[in-house]
Design a protein around this ligand. Structure first.
Ligand SMILES: Nc1nc2c(c(=O)[nH]1)N[C@H]1C(S)=C(S)[C@@H](COP(=O)(O)O)O[C@H]1N2
Ligand SMILES: [Mo]
Length: 348
């Protein structure tokens, strides 16, 4: 076991040891990016052994195998991307769904560097009747009713091959080579989507002429509710108060409340705060956006704070017109809980 994995295990809040799942510490989410050792980790299987290359095949004119050196010799892009697990906030859903018991900190932001996916796909020359692209991780194991399956997710070819989608095959995270837990030697980064789309430990890319129907595409990562189901895709709009920190006490007077907000469906256009239950909402000040996929900083000057307990809430709205609900949106597997969070603060 490498030193970096041990460090991460000590710094994060562990949810499960094998497969390794852990939340970021709340304090790590106040910064511009999350330090790699504090970035949440989500894995469905034990960390795999990776042979250092991946193959592009299926319905393509030019199948090929690429190594890390091959990728590093191609044109590179860097993107700062906020990644959130679809199961983040599951503990806030009621009745409690099955699944990893994520609290609120399966969300982080990192700077990813790698090759734009569309360049690699173009070299492989997808067939004209290509419909989807399936991405396979090297990790595998027993899962649900399966003896041994790999982690595989697909995207529509129209999205995977679109330069404007800014999808990367990333090999660096925060200017260092990817660590094992974040998908070394290379992984997909799909900006705007919940984390499951960003396949780690990439081992195969296949262009398909049919819809992909694997476990992680059509059984898990689906919103199941009232007999209907819908795939989990873009991150829902969400705001978070980072300062004052959870369970902190502050002095009476004036206090600048700070936080983050993000959405996969477009820029955050408003964040409002409230200081009472069912109370009035006040608009906050948004900082200039740092980038299209980077969480949005906001702040609010909270004046003449009186002694006692106060209930703080922040509510974000995005350019697509989505606003956070007050009540957690329930679904059977507990995905996409973007309900307004309550953070109480004791003032002395
Ligand atoms: N190969 C593989 N890729 C994967 C997963 C996995 O289990 N196996 N988990 C996905 C999920 S559900 C999330 S939320 C993100 C988490 O990425 P991180 O561990 O780097 O934070 O990885 C995604 N990529
Ligand atoms: Mo996830």
């Amino acid at each position: 076991m490498s030193a970096s994995i041990t460090d991460v295990r000590n710094a994060l809040t562990m949810i499960s040891r094998v497969p390794f799942n852990a939340e970021a510490p709340p304090a790590a989410l106040a910064g511009e990016v999350t330090p790699t050792a504090l970035h949440y980790v989500r894995s469905n299987f034990p960390f795999p052994v990776h042979d250092g290359s991946f193959t592009i095949g299926g319905a393509v004119g030019t199948p090929m195998t690429l190594t890390l050196d091959d990728l590093r010799s191609m044109p590179a892009s860097e993107r700062t991307v906020t990644l959130e697990c679809a199961g983040n906030g599951r503990l806030g859903q009621s009745p409690l769904p099955a699944g990893e018991p994520w609290g609120r900190f399966a969300v982080s932001t990192a700077r990813w560097r790698g090759v734009p996916l569309h360049l690699v796909l173009r070299q492989a020359a997808p067939a004209p009747d290509g419909l989807e692209v399936a991405f396979r991780g090297a990790d595998h194991g027993r899962y649900a009713r399966h003896e041994d399956i790999a982690f595989v997710r697909s995207l529509p070819l129209s999205h995977a091959g679109d330069p404007a989608a800014d999808i990367l095959i990333a090999y660096d995270m925060n200017s260092e080579p990817l660590t094992t837990e974040h998908g070394a030697p290379f992984r997909l980064i799909v900006p705007g989507w919940y984390g499951m789309a960003s396949v780690k430990w990439l081992s195969r890319i296949d262009v398909l002429t049919d819809r992909y129907k694997g476990e992680f595409q059509t059984h898990h990562y689906m919103y199941h509710r009232d007999g209907s189901s819908e795939p989990v895709t873009l991150m829902r709009v969400r705001a978070r108060i980072t300062d004052p920190a959870p369970s902190s006490a502050i002095q009476a007077g004036t206090y600048r409340v700070r936080g983050k907000a993000w959405s996969g469906a477009g820029p955050v256009t408003n964040v409002d705060v409230s200081f009472t239950g069912e109370g009035e909402w006040y608009p906050t000040e948004l900082e200039p956006p740092r980038g299209p996929y980077h969480w949005q900083d906001w702040s609010f000057e909270w004046r003449s704070v009186t002694v006692g307990r106060h209930s703080l809430r922040a509510r974000a709205t995005d350019a697509a017109g989505h606003t956070q609900p007050e009540v957690p949106p329930w679904n059977r597997l507990g995905y996409g809980n973007n309900a307004v969070e309550l953070q109480y603060v004791d003032v002395y």
